[in-house]
Each structure stands twice: as structure tokens, then as C-alpha cells.
Design a protein around this ligand. Structure first.
Ligand SMILES: [Zn+2]
Length: 428
């Protein structure tokens, strides 16, 4: 299935030593195969193909916002070889039938492995558990379960979900938002919300759920993953839970590493997101947490919305922003160029750990002979100004429009097949 063999010449492997990589029949091999095509990679950094734990592909149901095809083209352009597709589609991915449909659409598109996330509760209604075992046993082999978009706020239901997924090594990925504390919330609760008169989404609404859930994870001995952690207090809670040895992992989004609630002052709904953009102190805390490993991974929470859902009044606008095509640049800008993380650390947080948390085989692996050739080549010296219309996503709601960001994806390979070459997505 893969292209003819490849030799990637003189790449900096994980940002370290310069070496050649050879690919044949979808795997890395010791020597250049006969007829190998050459990629000159002088100055480029070779990373394992990126893995996103948190992507909204919108299909089925909201194909006007994104499809598996457009979303995975965007993912490939951003350097990803695997994405976890969130369950809040229409119909909800709460049965073996729906998760298998999404998984097959990903295979057919061929740009990126699409690993469906299963809903925790039927219809993401938070009332009774979905068919977790049937989704786990399906062809899609679901291991990550989430009601993302909604919080599993019922503690007894959360406990039972954790107990259930433990049997097959699954993980519950929680969107931590105490519902009563965030009714009608429009932005981060703080100085700016006070000035603007917008209903606030307080940090305690996230932190209270995380505190409860890390204790439930400890009590059940089952794995909890905290989605899009966004506050300094949340970092402290996860740090404490890890110090106790609790089975807890966490993610942060690129936008929470860079943007703050000051941006809301202009009332541009492109900055409306859930959880909301926080303060500069929170940004510093999540960067520090990502650097020291308290936060395991960067996950995009790529949330495409059609223009009518964003080009409207703040109060009625949809929450969410694009992320797949800009994540690596934002991480380079906020973490690498600031000296907080080296490229090996980026590989860990954008590929290796994400694949481990998702129990995704064949991704996040060393760039060594015998391993699947899932690979991203990054040009850290290049930069680009983000143009919404130039993105591959069907939607254009990027918060980085007009911003110059460092780092470009030069090439992406999925099991030895080029999905991006010379910075361009290959048409299949
Ligand atoms: Zn969420």
C-alpha cells in the first residue's frame, strides 16, 4: 500500500543527531530500498507522526462544519498521523455501529488513522452508561471514552464508568466542568468578565470536578484522563494526584498555552471556547506543567464551526476553535522557542504519550528499523502567517488569523505513504 521506498536524508532525529531514515513497505528499514525516492531533509527535524487525543471531526451529522476527509487532510497538514475523533456527533458515537462507521471513514480517506472515542453515556445525556464493552470489542477497538462537550457530572455514573473500562484497559477522558457553576457562562470569570459584564466560567468549576475525579480514579484504580486542563489550580491538582501515584493523565490545548481572556475584550467570537481562555498566570502555569510532565500531552480540541455559528453576536456564538493545522507551530512558539521544551520533549507530548494514553498501536514509536513509518518532518526555521482560507479544514474559525507563527510541516508519512510533501497535502 505504501509508496515506493523513501530515503529521508540528513534529518535531525528528534532534534538531535543528524541521520538518514529509510522506508520500505510501510516500515523503517536499515538501508535504502532499490528505487527509493529521496527527501532532502537538511535542517529539518524528524518526529514520530503526531497523535491527537482530542479532535472533533463532526461527521456524522455536521458535515457542513467538517468531514472525516477534510478533518484528516487538515490533520496531515499539521503533521498528524492519528487523531482521536470525539463522540459528540449526530448520531452520538455511543454504539459499536457508529464508532465502526467513523473508523471506516478514516480508513477510506487514507490521510490519518481515525480512532473513535466512545461516549460514556447514552446520547451524551449523562443518565446511563453507553455500550462501552460493545464499542471496545468492535472493529474500532475503542479504548478512550468521553462525553466531551459535556461533563460526566454524576459522581456515581463516573465511578461506574471508571470501573467498567478498567476491565479492558480503557480510560475515561473527562470534560471537567461543574454544570451548576457554569450555567450560562460566556467566558472566564475574572477581571475581564467583570468589565465586560459577561457571565463568568470560574476556575473552580473545572478544579472541583478534577479534584473529585482524581479521587475516584484512585478509589477505582482505573485510568482518568483530564481533557483540556486550563487553570493553574488544575495543574496543582494533577501534580498532587501524580505525586500520590494515582492513574491520572492530562492534556492542554495549544490555545490555552498562548491566548488569554484579554482577547475577549473585542467581542470576536473566534475567541469563544470551552473551557474559556484564562489569564496570563494560568498560561504560565500550564506551560510549566507541560514542561515538567504534570501535563502529559498537547491535544488540539480542534472544533470546526461553520461561518454562521461564529460570525454572529458573542452570546449566541458556538464555542470552539480550529487547532490541527497550527498546533505544532503554537507549541514551538510557546514551549520550544522559549526554552521550556526540546524537540524530543515535543515528540513525547504530541505523539508518544498521546499514543500510550489512547492505547494506539503503531504510533508514537521510535524512528527505528522495524517500526511503522509514521513520521513528520518539521522545518523549525520557517515561519508563516496564518490565513484561514488556506487551511484544509472545511471551517475557518482559527484564532491565529494574521499571526506569524514559527515552524512548518514539510512532510508527513502514514505507514510509509506520503500524505504531505513539500508542505502540500497530497491528493489521493
Ligand atoms: Zn471539551
Amino acid at each position: 500500500m505504501s509508496d515506493t521506498g523513501w530515503t529521508i536524508r540528513a534529518a535531525r532525529i528528534l532534534g538531535g543527531e543528524v541521520g538518514d531514515l529509510h522506508v520500505s513497505d510501510g516500515v523503517f528499514v536499515d538501508e535504502a530500498p532499490a528505487g527509493a525516492r529521496i527527501v532532502e531533509a537538511d535542517g529539518l527535524i524528524a518526529l514520530p507522526g503526531l497523535v491527537d487525543l482530542h479532535t472533533h471531526l463532526r461527521e456524522p451529522g455536521r458535515e457542513d462544519a467538517e468531514t472525516v476527509l477534510t478533518g484528516t487532510r487538515a490533520a496531515a497538514a499539521g503533521g498528524y498521523t492519528a487523531v482521536h475523533a470525539m463522540a459528540n456527533t449526530d448520531p452520538v458515537a455511543d454504539t459499536a455501529g457508529v464508532v465502526e462507521q467513523v473508523w471506516r471513514l478514516g480508513r477510506e480517506a487514507g490521510y490519518c488513522d481515525v480512532q473513535p472515542v466512545g461516549a460514556v453515556t447514552v446520547g451524551i445525556a449523562g443518565e446511563r452508561l453507553a455500550e462501552l464493552g460493545a464499542m471496545a470489542d468492535s472493529a474500532a477497538r475503542v479504548r478512550v471514552f468521553s462525553d466531551d462537550g459535556h461533563c460526566v457530572s454524576d459522581a456515581a455514573l463516573m465511578r461506574r464508568a471508571l470501573e467498567y473500562v478498567k476491565a479492558f484497559g480503557g480510560v475515561v477522558a473527562q470534560h471537567a466542568q461543574e454544570p451548576r457553576l457554569t450555567e450560562g457562562a460566556q467566558m472566564n470569570e475574572g477581571e475581564v468578565s467583570g468589565v465586560l459584564g459577561l457571565r463568568g466560567w470560574p476556575a473552580v468549576a473545572e478544579e472541583a470536578i478534577i479534584a473529585r475525579d482524581v479521587l475516584l480514579a484512585a478509589h477505582t484504580g482505573s485510568r482518568l484522563h483530564v481533557c483540556h486542563l486550563s487553570t493553574a489550580g488544575s495543574v496543582e491538582l494533577v501534580r498532587w494526584a501524580k505525586s500520590k501515584g494515582y492513574p491520572v493523565t492530562a492534556e492542554v490545548t495549544p490555545h490555552h498555552l498562548l491566548l488569554t481572556d484579554e482577547l475577549v475584550r473585542g467581542y470576536d467570537p473566534v475567541y469563544k471556547v470551552n473551557p474559556p481562555l484564562r489569564t496570563q498566570a494560568d498560561v504560565e502555569a500550564v506551560r510549566a506543567g507541560l514542561a515538567d510532565g504534570t501535563i502529559d500531552v498537547v491535544a488540539t480540541d480542534h472544533a470546526p464551526h461553520p461561518v454562521e455559528a461564529k460570525d454572529c453576536e458573542w452570546a449566541v456564538a458556538a464555542m470552539g476553535m480550529l487547532g490541527l493545522e497550527t498546533a505544532l507551530s503554537v507549541v514551538q512558539h510557546t514551549m520550544v522557542d522559549t526554552g521550556l521544551l526540546d524537540w524530543s520533549g515535543v515528540a513525547g507530548r504530541m505523539s508518544v504519550r498521546a499514543a500510550e494514553i489512547g492505547s494506539l498501536e503503531g504510533h508514537g514509536r521510535p524512528l527505528e528499523p522495524g517500526e511503522p513509518a509514521n513520521l513528520t518532518l518539521v522545518d523549525p526555521a520557517a515561519s508563516r502567517t496564518i490565513e484561514p482560507g488556506a487551511l484544509h479544514s472545511r471551517s475557518h474559525n482559527t484564532p491565529y488569523a494574521g499571526l506569524k507563527l514559527p515552524g512548518t510541516v514539510h512532510a508527513t508519512f502514514l505507514r510509509g505513504t506520503a500524505t504531505v510533501l513539500d508542505g502540500k497535502v497530497i491528493d489521493r
